[in-house]
Design a protein. Structure first.
Length: 318
């Protein structure tokens, strides 16, 4: 299940005031019960009511019919009204339209932009504040990739005319390289920040062996929305949530282990030199009864003097 967070800036609430969190749901997460026109017609009332009772405040659609201009088989105005009936907001929608081979070759995408005229109008009527492209056929060369970046910027400009923000949602493959350049980095650097934001899917970023926080720091202001999810449930994969810790040598075997740390009251640190100095260090010698320190050190040195192991070196340095 994919939850969606929207980044917002404003005055910080007072410390004693509870912080209201607006969390949306990507409706693709519940496609088994609402993923097409027939399922929507049969289930949307009870599903939307249940989402509102869970505490969700908005949704992101994932079923736009570009030919008929419908969302889940209904007109955009009806889709918006169905959500508002239970207090949910039609916040965003995943929408994509790939360039034709001719458009990709020439760099002229007028025909595709006509397709977007209708798509933007439909989503404006549906009350959407955001339109996000969830994927595209990544080219095998930077020239064509640059064409797609220009295309995304053009879509963003057209969305802006309708007061809608336009963004791109990643999977794992965008963290592969084309001509020795990471695709995602190239997209961030070759789309106009004024017209294209990025919706970071933290699960797929981790699956692509990327670290979301590093991207937030490297490209500030580009990430307006987040998808927070895991393969089945948060923590289950061992990647999402503790990925940065793993990079820094902190490993949790299971999600249950991660939860258990919340009840820890005392932490005992072993090999403290590794933590404080970046390398192991012997600080004290505690010989057993009947063994003097000098003899113990002499015996240890004779064993460890030819070893390259960091602990052996620490013994020798002592």
């Amino acid at each position: 299940m994919s939850a969606m967070l929207v980044a917002a800036c404003g005055q910080q609430p007072k410390a004693q005031e509870p912080v209201k969190k607006d969390i949306g749901l990507q409706l693709y997460s519940i496609r088994n019960v609402i993923g097409n026109a027939e399922k929507y017609a049969a289930n949307h009332e009870q599903v939307f009511k249940a989402l509102a009772e869970m505490g969700y405040t908005s949704v992101e659609a994932a079923n736009y019919d570009g030919e008929q201009g419908l969302l889940y088989g209904v007109k955009p105005e009806q889709y918006k009204a169905d959500l508002e009936a239970v207090g949910l907001k039609s916040l965003s929608s995943h929408v994509g339209h790939s360039l034709s081979p001719e458009e990709l070759k020439t760099g002229k995408f007028d025909e595709s932009m006509k397709w977007w005229d209708k798509a933007i109008a439909v989503h404006k009527a549906a009350g959407c504040s955001y339109i996000v492209t969830p994927s595209f056929p990544v080219p095998d060369n930077l020239k064509d990739l640059k064409t797609y970046c220009d295309y995304f910027t053009a879509i963003g400009k057209k969305c802006a005319e309708a007061d809608i923000k336009y963004g791109y949602h990643n999977h794992a493959h965008e963290f592969n390289k084309v001509e020795d350049k990471v695709v995602y980095d190239f997209m961030l650097e070759n789309t106009d920040p004024a017209y294209v934001f990025f919706q970071m899917d933290v699960y797929w970023a981790c699956m692509g062996r990327a670290y979301p926080v590093e991207y937030f720091r490297k490209y500030p202001g580009r990430f307006k929305m987040l998808h927070i999810k895991d393969h089945y449930e948060l923590g289950e994969s061992g990647m999402v949530g503790n990925g940065m810790g793993a990079k820094n040598g902190i490993l949790f075997k299971t999600s249950a282990s991660l939860e258990e740390t919340g009840r820890v009251q005392i932490v005992a640190l072993d090999k403290t030199g590794t933590i404080t100095l970046g390398e192991p260090k012997v600080t004290d010698i505690l010989p057993a009864d009947g063994v003097d320190e000098a003899s113990l050190l002499k015996l240890a040195a004779s064993v460890e003097q030819h070893s390259e192991h960091p602990l052996a070196k620490a013994v020798m340095q002592y």
